[in-house]
Design a protein around this ligand. Sequence first.
Ligand SMILES: [Zn+2]
Length: 111
Amino acid sequence: MSTPLCPTCGGSMKQRKSAKGDFWGCQAFPGCRGTRPIAGTSSTPPSKPVAPAQATIPTMPPGPSAPSRTDHMAADLRRAAELLTTVVEILTAHRAEIEALQVLADHDTSF
Ligand SMILES: [Zn+2]
């Protein structure tokens, strides 16, 4: 920890102890009575008013695609369903050929 400078006289400070806890006291004490609280220690005197920690979470603005997202998804699903129907129709129409191809494929892999 770096030694802070006295807020009163600008001189260097020394860590001192008090009943409230540790603090920085001016090296020129008692000629100068400048003090500083030691930040980051549990023994910091509770003289500093604690401001309410207002968490400022930046709200993400909704993207331009947000409102039409469900519509887009519904359209995609409808298209997928149509494609599936087409695929099923093709598979059903060419079932014999596909089964024949599968037989050939089985033969190829076992080769
Ligand atoms: Zn001082």
